[in-house]
Design a protein. Structure first.
Length: 151
């Protein structure tokens, strides 16, 4: 019965530290101190786009997000449904965004929404193609999104 003997707490810490072990209470206390000293909020940990930032969509293309910085020209949108599929056109002013910025954004976003990529300007999904094109007007540079059935 003399196998176990009482060891003072101070001695048990010395034994643990000599053997490379760290007492669990020390680990918990250190974890609490670190979390208390450096609190993480969701906004400091996650980028703004994933916390609280709302995503806008084109009024005529409810499943295509409106890139931040683009200004939709809603009055120029077109929706035409026919038995063979829909034809939808959406336009937006690019403002200070360049063509490359827009293509990079949609090249990364559209595949996450189920669109396959043909090239930088064309995507496909469920029997439809989405073409992205650019042109200039008196109001500024415009990006055009055209969804139509695959021919």
């Amino acid at each position: 019965m003399g196998f176990y003997r009482a060891i003072p707490v101070r001695e048990s810490f010395r034994i643990l530290l000599k053997s490379g072990g760290v007492p669990i209470c020390f680990c918990l206390a250190l974890s609490f101190a670190v979390l208390w000293a450096f609190p993480l909020s969701a906004q400091s940990f996650f980028p703004a786009s994933s916390t609280g930032a709302t995503v806008s969509f084109f009024s005529s293309l409810e499943d295509i997000p409106l890139m931040p910085g683009l200004a939709e020209i809603a009055s120029e949108g077109l929706v035409f449904d026919k038995p063979e599929g829909r034809i939808v056109e959406a336009l937006a002013l690019t403002g200070t965004l360049g063509q490359k910025d827009v293509l990079i954004y949609y090249g990364g976003t559209l595949p996450q929404l189920g669109w396959g990529r043909v090239n930088d300007f064309r995507f496909f999904r469920d029997g439809e193609t989405l073409d992205i094109s650019f042109f200039h007007t008196d109001e500024g540079n415009v990006v055009r999104f055209l969804v139509r059935p695959v021919l």
